[in-house]
Design a protein around this ligand. Sequence first.
Ligand code: 5CA
Length: 444
Amino acid sequence: MRLTNYFLPVLKESPSDAEIISHQLMMRAGMISQSSSGIYSWLPLGLRVLKKIESIVREEQDFAGVNEILMPTIQPAELWKESGRYEDYGKEMLRINDRQDREMLYGPTNEEQVTDIFRRSIKSYKELPQLLYHIQWKFRDELRPRFGVMRGREFLMKDAYSFDLNQEEAKLSYYKMFIAYLRTFERLGLNAIPVAADSGPIGGNLSHEFSIVADTGESEIFCDKNLLEISIDENIYSSNDKIIDVVENYLKFYSATDDKHDAKKFNNLVSKDNQVTGRGIEVGHIFSFGDKYSNPMKASIIGNDGKMSNVYMGSYGIGVSRLVAAIIETSNDEKGIIWPTSVAPFLVNIINLKNKDDKCMDKCIEIHNDLERSGIDSIVDDRDESAGKKFSDSDLIGFPVTLVVGPRELENGNVEIRFRREGNNQIIPYDNVLKIIKNKLFEE
Ligand code: 5CA
């Protein structure tokens, strides 16, 4: 891909309504374009990042044994009347009437819809547990949409739902998701803390938020530093005992959102040195709520004793579009974004210092093709712009690696390589480009 063929509306200044750094940088780097309050179009560069995040989220759900489905964005109001949430949800829910004047709504979440799918086909304990997820756009008519895609009205969520025979099994599903979340956020380059939380309108008694610490976080979190130091082994899903051990190790340590926080308990349980407090960005939230939906919606199953009982459920959300902003909040400097390798829109930006020089252009394309063949996505900056502008855009967008191809170095068989995170540069033989980049990107 060449930048001259790319739609990249880089802005000099960030719009005045962009209050936080991620919103400013997403606008300046041409990642999104506002449609209306809290609603955005995703432009090519932003969409690439969104898709990469979505893939990692998907891989980890699949790896944990969750089945992907795709439910509609528009749902019938009847289902929500059955669960009793139609009125409760209030103005946050966008209500629509179709041409037959049937009441519909744009889904803010999918507990009702998925419970309906479940009850139509699963009748016996033999078919449990069931874990389903989808990655779908949601709409919540937030009172104060703000901070760009961080708190939007239309946003992309991964939501998973579990169905189990009893509380014990439901706990295991919850724990599996707990692990899947830790693995997902780690791959995204984030240190997400599982924090005991209130369950709000979703309901239930067991709930954790996964939050990353950032000054711009919307809520206060409190936890024990030990929570940040637990590691999970690669084969975690091989036995239920392993899953239970690891999660219960997490649950031993104090953590709380501001609504749940108990200062006295915090001081008693956690030494001063280990007390972590800060603002948190909630990137995921998991809930276990037993029969809150299965009871009113009559999603019941026959147990091995022949008796009918309500299925136990849980729901598990990740804010996929919010994550784009959250990653930027934790990884930027005065020049722009610093993408973690796993989600960078392109891993390498190849700057051509002299567009009209055929040798430079040929070399850029040759390197680009070599990188692509090795599965390293790259883009060639062949725009008719000054070297300074190309460097500053490269830093603003935050490609992990920038290669600079110019006539002088090329004469000697060299190119310059710059690493965004470290901010250093060196001259290397172009024959070593692939090896050096591979080592750098995949050893981190
Ligand atoms: N049904 C449950 C879990 S599937 C649910 O809806 N949970 S939630 O309300 O906590 O949302 C899940 C995640 O979506 C949140 O943790 C957050 O990361 C993201 N999210 C929620 N509201 C917004 C919003 N207005 N803009 C962007 N992301 C949001």
